[in-house]
Design a protein around this ligand. Structure first.
Ligand SMILES: *[C@@H]1O[C@H](CO)[C@@H](O)[C@H](O)[C@H]1NC(C)=O
Ligand SMILES: *[C@@H]1O[C@H](CO)[C@@H](O)[C@H](O)[C@H]1NC(C)=O
Length: 229
């Protein structure tokens, strides 16, 4: 009991960086199965309760500058809500590779956010390359997330020899109505591609923190209390 309490305390107060569960630097992003196996080993299908609790440290709400939190619905569609701590807007930031290569997974839906080859936001029940994004942190704590499948193309100007970026990266975006924007239409300076990762308060969404070990602990506690009476 004591050691469990300690782990929970450490899990809650430790900075995220010191808790990365394994070495992500060796994942081959061009190999779909490698990405899947590597990440799943540490994050999904965690039958170990402690791992599940550690995962909960990476729960976030992604608040877009247009005023909406990114949502992943169980039916696989993507939306946005102004509401704080909306059930479908609690996402897990999955570290795929350090630094800044991530995936976003709906906690309630269990689905990964994906971007298809036309730039449309979509979801996937397994982690594939379409679900992997590069996080660019901005100076004011907002971040942009671009698909690793669509890095911006560069071309050398034959005249000057200068390298130019041909197109912008494909960013996750929510428009002024909270609807996803096709990533081919996004620009880094647009408000709609800028997201603030916000902390999640477990007391506001207790049903997303329903880990068996916590329930067991509560049962033990109530049994002990009864025995004393
Ligand atoms: C998916 O669910 C959301 C929220 O319940 C709903 O607004 C949306 O219309 C649904 N989409 C489809 C394709 O059923
Ligand atoms: C989203 O993914 C599903 C399943 O892979 C696919 O059937 C569907 O066509 C995709 N939707 C879009 C808009 O690409």
């Amino acid at each position: 009991m004591k050691s469990f309490t300690l782990i929970v305390i450490v899990a809650i107060f430790c900075p995220v960086d010191c808790l990365s569960l394994g070495d992500y630097s060796t994942v081959d992003l061009s190999d779909r199965h490698d990405v899947e196996n590597h990440v799943n080993r540490f994050t999904d299908d965690a039958d170990d309760d402690i791992v599940a609790i550690f995962n909960a440290i990476n729960y976030r709400q992604f608040y877009c500058r247009t005023g909406f939190h990114l949502q992943i619905f169980p039916n696989g569609s993507i939306g946005g809500t102004p509401e704080d701590h909306n059930r479908h807007a609690i996402l897990k930031l999955v570290m795929v590779q350090t630094p800044n290569i991530v995936a976003l997974k709906g906690v309630d839906s269990g689905l990964y956010l994906a971007m298809d080859r036309h730039g449309q936001l979509n979801t996937s029940s397994i982690l594939t390359r379409s679900c992997v994004f590069k996080e660019e942190q901005m100076a004011d704590y907002y971040s942009r997330f671009s698909s690793v499948r669509h890095p911006s193309k560069r071309k050398r100007d034959p005249g000057t020899g200068e390298e130019k970026t041909m197109d912008d990266p494909w960013y996750i975006a929510l428009d002024q109505k909270g609807l996803p924007t096709n990533a081919q239409m996004t620009k880094p300076e647009y408000k709609r591609v800028q997201f603030l990762p916000r902390a999640v308060d477990p007391e506001k969404v207790p049903y997303l923190y329903n880990f068996p070990v916590v329930q067991q602990l509560q049962e033990i506690r109530s049994r002990l209390t009864k025995n004393r009476l």
